[in-house]
Design a binder for this molecule. Structure first.
Ligand code: HEM
Length: 259
């Protein structure tokens, strides 16, 4: 079980007469700077109804309802925020906090990294090429001296799952804690980690994974994160990790170019 999220979404619905909408938008453009500056605000968006121009909905995600009420509302940001929007308070039709339910997710407009890479076969090709290189490598071969025959296949399932594919590693082997625990006691050095990073990129080229900047930067970001975690958990002072979900790696700031 992971802890329930504390974030809350405040919806404020306005009905603004057409002739006032321009100054309403201008006032909110100025007021928004206070939301942007608030450490209690995760994001905000003012949307206008397409069918009925008089309807607006402001959505603000707060770190928690309490942070909104006791934090933002008592901060020095609130008085100037309120001063901008006070003329429209009477036009509010609803102003309430909502908590997310488990019914949420993303659609398929943006392909997962898994799909973009070429699915399960691509990750199998990747780890086959990778472990061939690892076993021929002066720094890494000793670490993988007792490599089990199924290891490459397991790592392929893990990578596929992290990049948005089926949860086959979790279902057949175990989740994040299981994978992390595989590295206990290995005492991986920085030089070995860096070699791992280099070889998996060579293997990605050899296995024909996409070479576009967006895919490769997201791929490498995970490899950096994962190898640094592996080093940490392989060290002498590593404690078993707290229960964590399998990371779901996405595209980050650069979504795929679909021209
Ligand atoms: C993104 C980085 C990494 C990922 C995704 C990863 C993934 C995995 C997975 C999924 C396993 C378990 C395989 C199984 O269930 O059979 C594993 C085991 C192992 N990993 Fe990693 N690993 C990473 C980094 C590293 C690094 C940097 C090293 C060493 C240089 C390393 C060395 C090993 C070894 C030796 C095992 C086998 C342990 C055993 O079964 O006794 N890993 N790794």
């Amino acid at each position: 079980m992971t802890a329930a999220p504390t974030t809350t979404v405040e919806y404020i619905r306005y009905r603004i007469p057409e002739e006032k909408s321009e100054e309403f938008l201008a006032a909110y453009t100025r007021a928004a700077g206070r939301l942007a500056a608030s450490p209690h605000c995760l994001d905000y968006e003012l949307a206008r109804c397409e069918e009925d121009f008089e309807h607006f909905i402001l959505r603000i995600t707060w770190t928690s309802t309490e942070d909104h009420l006791q934090g933002f509302r008592t901060s020095e940001l609130f008085p100037p925020f309120l001063a901008e929007i006070r003329p429209y308070v009477a036009a509010i039709e609803e102003m309430r906090h909502y908590k997310a339910t488990p019914v949420r997710g993303t659609g398929s407009a943006v392909p997962t990294l898994y799909r973009w890479a070429g699915g399960a076969e691509a990750f199998a090709r990747l780890t086959d090429a990778f472990y061939t290189k690892v076993l021929a490598d002066d720094l890494l071969a000793p670490v993988f001296a007792n490599l089990a025959p199924e290891h490459a296949g397991h790592v392929a399932l893990w990578l596929a799952e992290v990049f948005g594919g089926p949860d086959a590693y979790t279902a057949t082997q175990g989740g994040h804690d299981h994978m992390v625990a595989k590295h206990f006691g290995l005492a991986i050095t920085e030089a070995q980690r860096r070699r791992w990073v280099n070889l998996i990129q060579d293997a990605a080229d050899e296995a024909g994974l996409p070479t576009d900047p967006e895919f490769r930067s997201a791929f490498l970001a995970y490899v950096e994160w994962g190898t640094r975690l592996a080093v940490h958990f392989s060290g002498p002072d590593a404690k078993p990790p707290t229960e964590q979900p399998v990371p779901m790696w996405g595209w980050g700031a650069a979504p795929p170019y679909q021209g």
